[in-house]
Structures are given as C-alpha cells and as structure tokens.
Design a protein around this ligand. Sequence first.
Ligand SMILES: Cc1cc2nc3c(=O)[nH]c(=O)nc-3n(C[C@H](O)[C@H](O)[C@H](O)COP(=O)(O)OP(=O)(O)OC[C@H]3O[C@@H](n4cnc5c(N)ncnc54)[C@H](O)[C@@H]3O)c2cc1C
Length: 475
Amino acid sequence: MAMAAPEGTHVLGQATLAELRGQMLGSVISPADPDYDSARQTWNHVTDRYPALVVCCSGAADVISAVGFARSEGLPVAVRGGGHSIAGLSACDGGVIVDLSQMTAVHVDQRRRRALAQGGATWRRFDRETQAHGLATPGGRVSSTGIGGFTLGGGIGHLLRKHGLACDNLLAAEMVTADGEQVRASTEENTDLFWALRGGGGNFGVVTAFELALHRVGPTVLGGVVYYPAAQAAQVLAGWRDATAGAPDELTTLVNLATAAPAPFLPRDMHGEKVAALVACWAGSQGDGEEAVRPLRTLGTPLADLIGPMPYLALQQLVDPLWGPGAANYFTSAFIDQLPDAAIQAFADAHQRSASLPASCELHIHQLGGAMARIPSGATAFSQRQPPYLVNCITRTPTADGFAASRAWARATRDAMARFGTGQMYVNFTSEADEDKTRACYPPQTHERLAAVKGRYDPANLFRFSQNIRPALGR
Ligand SMILES: Cc1cc2nc3c(=O)[nH]c(=O)nc-3n(C[C@H](O)[C@H](O)[C@H](O)COP(=O)(O)OP(=O)(O)OC[C@H]3O[C@@H](n4cnc5c(N)ncnc54)[C@H](O)[C@@H]3O)c2cc1C
C-alpha cells in the first residue's frame, strides 16, 4: 500500500496518466501506486518530498515525453541522475521527477579515448567500464554518486590536479531542453549552453548523455589514507600544507578531520577515536609516487598507514560503506585563498568540538591547483579556478536526532574558515538552495551570464529544482 500523499499534493486525472503511460517505455508512478514511496526517496533523508509523479525514463524519447507532459500540465520538473544531491534537489513537492536511474549505459571508445555515458550512470558503473581499458576521467570519491549532478556542478576527485575537474573533461552533452527539443552542446554547437553546463548545475534541461574524455590511469595507482591522532591535527595540517605546496600534478590530496568509523580496514582500537586522516592519490609512475608521498607519511605519529599500490577502482570505492543512503546529511563549503596557522588552529579546534558517533562529523580541506587551475576562469561556469584549497564541513546523523546541533557546528566552522577566502561556495558541497547561497557559488559576472543562458533555454524556469539561476528575460 502506498502511503497517502499529504493534502494539497497535485493529483492527475486517470485519463491524463493513461495517455502518458501509453507513450512511455519506462514506468510512470503516481501517489496511488504501491511503489510511490520508494520511488520518491533520494539518498539524503533530510528532505521528504511528495511529487505528483515519478517518471522512470528508459531513454531520451521517454525524457522528451516526460518533459512535454510536465510542461502541458503546468508542473515543474526535478531531474534525478544519481539522486545524491546534498540539497535534496532531485526530488520535489507537487512536480514531476524525471528519474534517469534506468539510463546507466556507458560505452567506451578506446581508440578516441572517450566515453558516452547515459545521464543516470553512477561513477561505479562509469569507472568499471572505463577501467576495463585502463582509462578514467576524474570522478567522485564515493561511487554511488551520479555522473550527472557531479559533472554539471564541477566535479572534484582524486585526479583533479592531473586531469582537472569532471566538467573540464566534458566534450559534449546531449540534452532535452524545456521546450522538449533534443539538442547537443559542445565547443561547436550551442556553445553558450556548453559553457553553462560545465559548473552551472541542473538548471538547463535533462542531459541524456555525457561524452567525457578519458585518460590512461592505473589500473593500479598509489593511494590510500594515513591516519594520525586528532591531538596532532594542527601539526599534520601545517606539515601537509608545506609538503604539498610545490607538489607535482600527479599528486592530489585532502585532509579529513573525522572520527574513525568501525571500518574493517582500521584497527579496532581506533574505532570511535577522533583522527586526522590524510588521503592521497598519485596518478603517475609508481617509483616517482613513492618519493612524492613519503613526506605525507611522517607528518606526525601515524596510527595506521594505508597508502600503497591499489586498484584505482578500489580507491574510488574505499569509503563507499560509510556513505549509504537513508541518513540525514549536511555539507557546507568555502574556497579559501590561504591556510595560515590561525586557520589551521580554528579547524583543529572545531574538530575537537564535533559530535561523536553515531553522528559522523568530517572536516575536509581539498588541495586544488594543477590542471584545474590552468583553465581560465571564464572558460566554464565553474569559475573558482585560483583558490588553492576548498573546505567542506560535513555532518551526518542516522536519524533527525542531533542533526540540528551538528548542522549548526558545521555552519559555524564553515563561517570561521570562509574568512580566509572570498566566501564563495562550491555548488556540489552546498546543502542550501536559496538564492543567497546560490549566488555565493558564483562570481557576479558568472551568475549574470548563467541567468542569460537560462533565459534562452528555460525562460519559464521549468527546471527550478537546482541551485536555481533565475532566468534573465529579454536578452
Ligand atoms: C556521499 C557523497 C559523496 C560526494 N563526493 C563528492 C566528491 O568527491 N566530489 C564532488 O565534487 N562532489 C561530491 N559529492 C557531491 C555530488 O557531486 C553532488 O551531490 C551531485 O549533485 C550528485 O549528483 P547526482 O547525479 O548523484 O545527484 P542528483 O540528486 O541526481 O542531482 C543533483 C542535481 O543535478 C541535477 N542533475 C543530475 N543529473 C542530471 C542530468 N542527467 N541532467 C540534468 N540535470 C541533472 C539534478 O536535477 C539536481 O539539481 C558527493 C555527494 C555525496 C552525497
């Protein structure tokens, strides 16, 4: 039995639904259907939305039907790729969810070193297909995230310094726009749209296929994690900052101040202890890599040193067990221009104040630069190319209990760190979708250009369940 949708949920007539169902190869799920409750769920349970319809598309033709149907019924559209939006943006109240979770095919063209992936593919699928040929594109650090939202927002992963952001590797996108047209965006066609898709999020339509550049990676890379005691966090952060200042592009790292989870790869006596974890990936020859990671192994007194040769696929899935669906999650971020000792101390102090298990609180500082920073800021809608670091403050509680307090801690830590930069946020690490926070994700001139593109491709704001750029009309 489906749970009754709350009063006020848009109810569509049976004849209208039958007409849509008649067109579709995929399924159309309404509040009256037994699978409505599972179909409306997304990964982050902090939001609970009741759409008028979930349309599970089998291909681009279904997407065209679903978008046309929503438009003719006057309903807004939420697009669901991998369903991991941290702001819960792939669900909506009263609108149509265009669900791409059946559209996961990935085709690899080895010779031309590119992959064509459907809009609902996850990194698990993408990496599996591409690694079969020793190829990869920069993808997510948790393999259940979708290539869709990840790439459209930018995409920061283990290969960032060597091969850039995921969106830097986007060669073309096939998409269905608000008027139901199927268009292609690339450096040759619809170039304004192509610029906007590389960082502007899910504002512009439904991407049914992503064409991504591939690079030789692995299948074995040098990577993993070194754990230090939390008491040494400030020393580890300062040592990491200095050791990585002139690091080669092959090395991408991040520091994670966290509580050691009861993960099988950690010694039992570490479980539940606060730790400073240094995560590294070397995407180059192994001999050079050993040399490059050596300073990272001696930043303090390691509790566990798990850096070693490992399949790239294993590195991509290393923390998957810690990030299952169903919990309440919050991310908030800040690009910062410097990491002085005062910032380090503030970060280490915030870690000491973080809640303990079963809440999971993590403070990340990502090392940026390398290939990502060599692309001019105006070349893509992802414009924050120059800051050397990105801070991400994360909290996750199994249920709503304790969530509000943990979220307040994350926000306060973010605000304390944002003083060391311009205050700009990363759209994919932002749990809010209000206008102020969305504006904080883009420099003003980028936001203005995005609004103009939005005005051309979605003037009625059909795709508003995104970090929404309001359409600028009449340009
Ligand atoms: C556990 C976890 C780990 C993460 N790790 C990283 C990381 O390492 N690096 C990083 O940069 N980010 C990371 N993120 C953030 C992640 O990039 C975003 O949450 C991203 O939006 C997820 O994409 P999705 O397709 O799964 O999400 P969805 O919820 O499906 O979509 C997110 C947004 O993108 C839109 N969208 C998705 N697919 C399409 C499509 N095909 N066409 C048009 N619009 C689409 C949606 O409408 C929505 O607005 C992580 C998030 C989680 C939850």
